[in-house]
Design a protein around this ligand. Sequence first.
Ligand code: NBY
Length: 808
Amino acid sequence: MEWLVYSVGKDARAATRRDWFHTVALAVRDRVVDRWMDTTRSYYHEDAKRVYYLSLEFLIGRLLTNSLSNLGIMDECRQALDRLGLSMEDVVDAEPDAALGNGGLGRLAACFLDSMASQGLPGYGYGIRYEFGLFEQRFENGWQVEYPEQWLQFGNPWEFARPEVLYPVQFYGRVEEFRDSVGERAYRWVDADRVLAMAYDTPVVGYGGETINTLRLWSARATRDFNFGHFNDGAYMKAVEQKILSENLSRVLYPNDATETGKELRLKQEYFFTSASLQDILRRYLQHHTSFDNLPNKAAIQLNDTHPAIGIAELMRLLVDQHALRWDNAWEITRATFAYTNHTLLPEALEAWPVRMIERVLPRHMQIIYEINAKFLNRTKAKAAGDNARLSRLSLIDERGERRVRMGNLAFLGSHHVNGVSALHTDLMKQTVFHDFHEEFPDRINNKTNGITPRRWLKQANPALSELITTRIGQGWISDLSQISALSEKAEDVVFREEFRRAKRKNKKRLAAYIARQTGEEVLVDSIFDVQVKRMHEYKRQLLNVLHTIALYNEMRDNPTVSWVPVTKIFAGKAAPSYHMAKLIIKLINDVAKVVNHDPSVHDNLKVVLLPNYNVTAAEIIIPAADLSEQISTAGMEASGTGNMKLALNGALTIGTLDGANVEIREHVGADNIFIFGMTADEVNDLRASGGFNPREVIASNPSLKRALDMISTGAFSPDDRNRYHPIVQALTDGGDHFLVTADFADYCRAQDAAMQLYRDQEEWTRKAILNTANMGWFSSDRTVNEYAEEIWDVHPVHPNHDGEGFR
Ligand code: NBY
């Protein structure tokens, strides 16, 4: 109440739900601050080695439930709100979803923050405080329309602005050569534009509240001198214009999840946050040290994909130009400090900045990249006698067409470890994009299979199942998910199965209500909730699922007397705004839904829903309610997947290809408890290499596929525009079906049938669902982060000294 009046400035009669959210958040924040300071102080006093996770994306979602749950004060808070006549759910729902990320890569960063804090690891997140997160998706006439996502509109109670933590970041200008004090050639970057990076800190509450780490996000501010210069000239409006332009740097998150845009502003964002973070890291290091030789023993910097890879050139610049280190010494330190995680093999997602752009925007960095490249190629040349093709593949510069800097090669060369995110993905990295580098540095690539935090994705999102689990095996699983294996034997217990089903049913009711609110569609709680939630992308093959939906619809109409297992197909996901094919697939799903859902001849046995604006908050409602988890990417194309892990942990059975982490999920849950179908990555590779794949033949030999495609192409779902889906049909036929949708269709339908048959036997289905939950312990991000800590970072837990004061 005190916070409502004094911090929010309202009295109880005038307070809105949002005011109450801010009130509660500020009260919670107060409980965090002392422990946060203690944590930071302990790291400082112990001069602990820290890990810095540099990521252009942190998909955190809401923080209120997370903070209350990790602090263990959920019940206390609920009771306090009760006494005020307020519902916890209403207050929680007033929080905007912090969507500073696109998909898996951004959410992984958020799970890692939770896991580092929960295990007492000195880990910092560094990123950008985007004013606009990932766009809000709405459907208008079934088409995706994007709206700005204004998460900061009403203020953000979790963040602390640090106006005194301010670093200059430069762009453009030119490089001057001069002789340093000992007569050596040296360089300085002059006549550059300057922007300031200002810090905003968000506490990251570990489970149990012992460790509170920091997520530091940078916001762009115009420099003062810049403004005053123009002001004195009387060019006031021009100064203001410049100020707005430079502050655009942190305005908006780029909404692509798998294609690099090549836009200059994006390159500037990458450099902006990387430079500010490195300056901050060096400042912290220099509080305790005078020489840089120990930097790799005190700081591990993890690059979340190549987005911060320019940091390798930046650290070289800081060490060589600003701190006067010798090149070789600086390179040794740089390499020993950085490590790089690769998240994709898709060629269109591999960053390659035009040399001319880097030359213009970051002239000194371009020189440094050339120097790194020349030294590396010279050394390699000596060994690779005359193999020029190999040398050009190893080069940091792609000379084919417009010259470009290959950021993946730079990240590889500047790191001591390079990792993939699932066993299969790591193998494919060695065979494909990094084949030559792997030969050159056979010990550098290693695997770190992704994980998810059980706090958010089981404890918070699924209270019904969490409480059931805790009644049987205690609460140790929350901080040590391997303990969840103790549930295995409960799969044979008929009473437990009944309770497990009851929890699932409760979640399905909650989702059904959400679906009704969002789409107006009523779905059967006893139908199979068949869920595909992820970004819309051709390689993820939502189209395969749609084709099966249409085939099933036809079968149901053809055989109305059969007693069908009712199915609800649930889709959700955003398409990148410029990805026309993905947006057309969204429209197709909405069109199919319109036809199927209003056809009385299927007797409600089939419903199709596409939920708008998929984000972390929606995922927390959808995932606990799923029966079947769709993980159906073309084998070899999904690096890992993490939604697959969230769904299986919540007791959904997976229908999937042997792609990404599905391979390891099968090993853990057992081949009997997962529906695997389709080609393997090797088969895909061979088929594509043979050039002999003809989708027309496959379609001609499969009547149900042919009929579904014919319906799409003749306008059965688009009577208002019969040609609407021509591009889709084209891609699947004459286009050569690059993602092999038609090739996997028959086996996918076989697996779907097997799932539907199994669902008739509720006891057997529940047994398998329990075995999924019980065997997913290894996929905790605690395990993943520990592997990074031990095998890459060499960082260790620190136990903060709280002086026995406890919570205040
Ligand atoms: O990273 C995803 C992978 O697709 C998924 O398989 C994996 O589980 C996950 C975590 O390792 N990648 C991903 O989400 N990528 C992006 O979001 C992304 C964002 C921006 C750009 C490229 C990819 N970009 O070039 O701008």
